[in-house]
Design a protein around this ligand. Structure first.
Ligand code: SME
Length: 164
C-alpha cells in the first residue's frame, strides 16, 4: 500500500527535493505503466496543485497512418485526446525533442487551448532510445509559473519512469 505523500512547504527547489525521492519510492516495485503515470500525476498535483498535469503518449492515429500524441493519465479538467506532431506546445516539444516553457500561452503560436483557464505551461518530452515516446504536460492558471527549476526536476522525475 502506498504511504501518504509528505507535502513540503518551502522553496520550489526544496519542494522538488522532497518530492523526487517519494516519487522514486512510489514507482519502485511497480511495472505497470498506467499505474505509474497516474501516481506521478497525483504526486505532482498534491505537492504543487497546478491546474492540469498529464501525460500524452505517442501512439498510432485512428486510421493507423501516423503517430500522434494520445491522452494518458492526468489530473485536472477534461482535455483534448489527440495532438498531431508539430501542433500546439505538446506536438512542438515532441517534434523538436525539447522541453518548452511557455510564460503566456496566448503568445505561443498554435497553442491548443484545452481550457480557457490555462495561462502558462511546460512540456517535457520523454525520450527513450533517441525517440520521444511521450510528453509530460503541465498547465498553470497563472502566468509565468514555470522556469528552469521546474525543467530540471521534472526531467529528473520523468527519467524515473520505466517504459516497457
Ligand atoms: N496546451 C497543449 C494541449 C494540451 S492541454 O493543455 C491539456 C498544447 O498546446 O499542446
Amino acid at each position: 500500500m502506498a504511504e501518504d505523500l509528505k507535502i513540503f512547504v518551502g522553496t520550489k527547489e526544496e519542494q522538488y527535493q522532497n518530492l523526487v525521492p517519494q516519487i522514486k519510492g512510489l514507482l519502485s516495485g511497480e511495472c505497470d505503466l498506467i499505474a505509474n503515470l497516474a501516481n506521478v500525476c497525483a504526486a505532482l498535483k498534491e505537492q504543487f496543485n497546478w491546474f492540469w498535469i498529464g501525460f500524452y503518449l505517442v501512439k498510432k492515429s485512428i486510421d493507423n497512418r501516423q503517430d500522434e500524441l494520445v491522452l494518458g493519465p492526468f489530473q485536472g479538467p477534461v482535455a483534448c485526446t489527440r495532438i498531431k506532431k508539430g501542433r500546439g506546445v505538446c506536438g512542438t516539444s515532441w517534434a523538436n525533442t525539447e522541453t518548452i516553457i511557455v510564460e503566456d500561452v496566448e503568445k505561443f503560436p498554435g497553442h491548443i487551448a484545452c481550457s480557457s483557464l490555462s495561462k502558462s505551461e511546460i512540456v517535457i518530452p520523454i525520450i527513450k532510445k533517441n525517440n520521444v515516446i511521450a510528453v509530460l504536460d503541465i498547465d498553470s492558471n497563472e502566468l509565468n509559473t514555470f522556469d528552469e527549476v521546474d525543467k530540471k526536476f521534472l526531467q529528473q522525475i520523468v527519467a524515473l519512469i520505466e517504459f516497457a
